[in-house]
Design a protein around this ligand. Structure first.
Ligand code: SF4
Length: 417
């Protein structure tokens, strides 16, 4: 049996597959999707489905056609969730596509957010958590490196070498040895020659739907494009979503919140949080990474004046992250969602109307926000939808105007601080 792990950003799938191999499961990480996967996926759906589904279907089909020898059983790893969106139907659709294609030995395995994706055992859960945190960190480091490195090809070589070492270590090493590998990687990354410092770069938070915000093709290589403009993009971490899944179980905001799941969530939090803090701390030393504050209570609280916590899903997190990060941590916020994504549209509708007024109510540093808003009554926030095609001219123009606003706010903040 082979488990196929869909791409979750450039590194997430690779490290998650390594975690599965650590517990003896034969797992293969699917490469990040692009045009071929989009075309294959579109051939199997009505095209009204969400972009992440189209791309994951396409990725599975491409693997089957180009790499699978037809022997054994292929299991597509597909997380699911309930709540007000279509994510819960992805695995159903995946099985239907496999049946339609006559792929009798292809099926899916689903873990659900309703119990914090439990089900593969504690050993895997811890490895998977480390994989998620490391890949979040490495994503940010890559983004910083693209803005700051004096010699980008040389820096990329160091980055890739360290990533491969970490991947191998997640798969084979003990926790102690993995920790040593992470320290060694951080030392190598810290040695990358820089032309400027991270604290001086304009910063944008990329928030929104969890799949497209991490996927280079879905986000139309926004991170790379902004880095060419000297802007550092901090993508909202996948770990934040996992914290949120735990949070809604604890707060009984999911349809089924079994006492056992709540207890397991509480226990796993005690184990997971110190590992996350430790990994973020190791890489903060590189000068290429700023630790994320993934306390979801803070975000849910900030968003609660605009959207009920009972509407579970990415809407709350997108609104909460925008309200908590803008001005205090970043100079602008880009929210991205697949075309027609309901949570993304709700958060856009609310933020476009209410951002400035509500920001003043929930600001961590009200004085600072007031001063910034004196010269920038409209804060830099842009919401973008993606369907896998290049952005239309209108979006490009908005993006240009957004970047101009970001640079202005950055200058204002530097003069105040
Ligand atoms: S969050 Fe958006 S893109 Fe993801 S399944 Fe729900 S509606 Fe689709």
């Amino acid at each position: 049996m082979t488990v196929l792990v869909p791409s979750m950003g450039e590194f997430g799938g690779r490290l998650l597959a390594a975690s599965l191999r650590h517990v003896g499961v034969q797992a293969v990480a699917l490469p990040p999707p692009a045009e071929v996967e989009l075309a294959l996926g579109r051939g199997e759906v009505s095209c009204k489905e969400c972009l992440p589904l189209v791309l994951t279907v396409g990725s599975m089909l491409r693997y089957v056609r180009e790499q699978w020898d037809g022997n054994g059983i292929l299991i597509d790893f597909m997380p699911e969730t309930s709540g007000p969106c279509r994510f819960g139907q992805y695995n159903v659709m995946m099985r239907e596509v496999a049946a339609r294609q006559g792929l009798r030995n292809v099926t899916t395995i689903s873990l659900t957010s309703e119990n914090g994706y439990a089900g593969f055992g504690a050993k895997f859960a811890l490895r998977a958590w480390l994989a998620v945190v490391i890949s979040d960190v490495m994503d940010d480091i890559r983004s910083a490196m693209m803005v700051l490195a004096a010699d980008l090809p040389a820096a990329t070589l160091i980055f890739e070498t360290q990533l491969v070492r970490m991947e191998r270590s997640v798969e084979t090493d003990s926790l102690l040895k993995l920790r040593r590998v992470l320290h060694a990687a951080a030392r190598e990354l810290a040695g990358i020659r820089r032309k400027s410092e991270l604290k001086d770069a304009p910063k944008v938070a990329l928030v929104g739907e969890i799949y497209v915000r991490r996927d280079g093709f879905s986000r139309q290589h926004l991170v790379e494009r902004l880095s060419l403009e000297g802007v550092f993009v901090r993508t909202a971490p996948v770990a934040e979503w996992i914290h949120y899944c735990d949070y809604i179980v604890q707060k009984r905001l999911v349809a089924k919140s079994a006492p056992m799941d709540r207890l397991r969530g509480r226990l796993s939090g005690w184990v997971k949080d110190p590992f996350e803090t430790a990994i973020q701390g190791i890489f903060a030393e590189t000068g290429l990474f700023i630790p994320h504050d993934t306390r979801v209570e803070r975000m849910v609280q900030a968003a609660s004046g605009l959207v009920s916590p009972r509407l579970t899903g990415e809407t709350v997190l997108t609104i909460g992250a925008t309200l908590t990060e803008l001005v205090e941590s970043v100079d602008g916020v880009l929210a991205i969602g697949p075309f027609g994504c309901m949570p993304a549209r709700i958060s856009e509708a609310i933020l476009v109307k209410k951002l400035e007024k509500h920001k003043l109510v929930v600001a961590g540093d009200r004085n600072l926000v007031r001063k910034v808003m004196k010269s920038h009554p409209a804060l830099p926030f842009l919401s973008i939808e993606t369907d896998g095609n290049v952005f239309p001219q209108l979006v490009e123009s908005r993006l240009e105007a957004f970047l101009m606003q970001v640079r202005r706010v950055h200058r204002t903040l530097r003069s105040i601080r």
